[in-house]
Design a protein around this ligand. Structure first.
Ligand SMILES: CC(C)(COP(=O)(O)OP(=O)(O)OC[C@H]1O[C@@H](n2cnc3c(N)ncnc32)[C@H](O)[C@@H]1OP(=O)(O)O)[C@@H](O)C(=O)NCCC(=O)NCCS
Length: 158
């Protein structure tokens, strides 16, 4: 029984865990210690850096560039074609340490800056600078990554 599909042309680092029914396309490069959840679709020509976690049902289309230590929440959708079905595609870039909330959608060509956080359900239509938390449709800056980390620590300590 086929439990997932990983292209023979994909390059996988050490200790990569790909859960059931996930798909990984041709020429995709995956770093060390990456986890890819069930039903995730990681298409061809995608780059994923070390220690990144991609949760179940995430959609990562061709040309996406994802850095190190990134978290991509369940069913988040990166896109690569602003006017489908067009002949030209441009990937989303997610820089190191960013967090993408569940069911967020990110427009083709957008960059999510280093350590920034995209809220669950946000629709990101323009670049997000580093260290920002963005929420809503269309996504706007709500507060800083520093405040997010404070809230996270309070949550973990409570
Ligand atoms: C963005 C996030 C970190 C904010 O958390 P928080 O600071 O505890 O949120 P709060 O409930 O205190 O709300 C702070 C403000 O942001 C708004 N907000 C929070 N989450 C929002 C969201 N997803 N979309 C739109 N607005 C949101 C609130 O309405 C509030 O606005 P106000 O100050 O104008 O009233 C959180 O909502 C989130 O999306 N986390 C990601 C969760 C996730 O996807 N996990 C995946 C693994 S299971």
């Amino acid at each position: 029984m086929v439990t997932n599909f990983v292209s023979e042309k994909a390059k996988l680092g050490n200790n990569v865990k790909i859960w059931h029914f996930a798909y990984v396309g041709d020429n995709t490069e995956i770093g060390d210690n990456v986890k890819i959840g069930s039903l995730a679709h990681v298409d061809y020509n995608v780059k994923i850096g070390d220690n990144t976690m991609i949760e179940g049902m995430a959609y990562i289309p061709p040309l996406s560039k994802i850095g190190k230590n990134v978290f991509i929440g369940p069913a988040a959708a990166l896109t690569n074609d602003p006017y489908p079905a067009s002949k030209k595609m441009i990937g989303v870039t997610i820089e190191d340490g960013a967090v993408i909330g569940s069911r967020a959608v990110i427009k083709a060509g957008v960059t999510i800056g280093k350590n920034s956080v995209v809220a669950m359900g946000a629709v990101v239509i323009k670049d997000v600078p580093a260290n920002a938390v963005v929420v809503g449709v269309p996504a706007k800056i709500k507060y800083s990554r520093e405040e997010y980390d404070r809230k996270k620590k309070d949550w973990e300590d409570s």
